[in-house]
Design a protein around this ligand. Sequence first.
Ligand SMILES: *Cc1c(COP(=O)(O)O)cnc(C)c1O
Length: 390
Amino acid sequence: MNAPFITQSIPRYASAEDLIAREQPAEPTYILWPEKFRVAARRFLDAFPGDTLYAIKSNPHPYILELVWSAGIRHFDTASLAEIELVRGRFPEAHCHFMAPVRQVGTAKTAFEKFGITDYVVDCDFELDKLISETGGGKKLRIFVRIATPLGGALLELSSKFGTTQEDAARLLKRVAEAGAVPGLTFHVGSQCLSPFSYAQAVEMARRTAQMAGVEITALDIGGGFPAAYSNNDVPPYHWYFDTIRESVNTLPNPKKVKLMCEPGRALIAEGVSLVTQIILRKGDKLYMNDGVYGSFDELTLPGWNADYPVRVFGVNAKGEAVSKAGGPRPFHVYGPTCDSLDMLPRPLMLPENIGPGDFLLFENIGAYSIALRTNFNGFLPDRWAIAGN
Ligand SMILES: *Cc1c(COP(=O)(O)O)cnc(C)c1O
């Protein structure tokens, strides 16, 4: 029998306004939107021509895992034993894939023997040797060699730490095939990738790599990187991504024989979570909020990041209703609640000029990384949850 779904015990509201009016929360509160999780998952399950793995590092919270699972996702990109245990502990029939190219000593052995994980990634001889020796020869494995891709349309690059050149990947791919494992290729075009063409370019690099190796690949994992809708970021229509990927995969020698996989993190969960914060103090154009960069807003501070979460402001009127404040926007510096001067949003926010203490900010599309990266620095850990809509 399945355990009751833990999200059923979270307080439920008709809307964000309903929550703000009834609770006037003094602590930051995450709002989960199950319907938005379903829409995000359907985008992939209906249109991506392969398996969709949820990259759980983007938000491993048990509520999020449950909503992703309920939305129909059954495959998980896990990068540690702890992530595997988390997924399997909750969903014993989940398919886990170990898609990190570096592993602690002994991790692959446990993942293989205890959890039956057969998908792994490598980008160098050392990790390939270790993987083969820890899993008793590698014959039962599918091993993906990761290639580095140029920074095309992504905000955050993911190819300087991991991934190797096409020449080196070709050599490793040959070694994988010689070891008797199923040979695959993988890449990550970078996170919040605004250009579908980046995927086509990377698939072409994979095609050349396999050709150079003289190995026919039967698995291609195109990684994550699919974007979420933020302010200052124009997200192309999703079908452009899937059309581009399908077209480029068709240039492989035997496309029908290639098992395709993708590993979206952000795109499956960003839009399903909003955050309500409260202004606790205003000094001129400085606003002090009850959440900051040590809480939910860390990702905004990453080098190269220029997106912001869409935000709306609400006050509560004399009748106890949440009303939108929209007057004369002007830029405000927004500080978090800790004693650290660095606890400040990196870009000013355009907010109504009559904003003040007691007002609520509703940040949208905040589900990715934010929650995974929060700390309890200075005793402030945002951890109140609500659910809204269907
Ligand atoms: C972080 C990561 C992902 C998820 O990336 P998103 O940009 O959130 O989609 C997928 N695969 C790997 C290997 C990753 O490191």
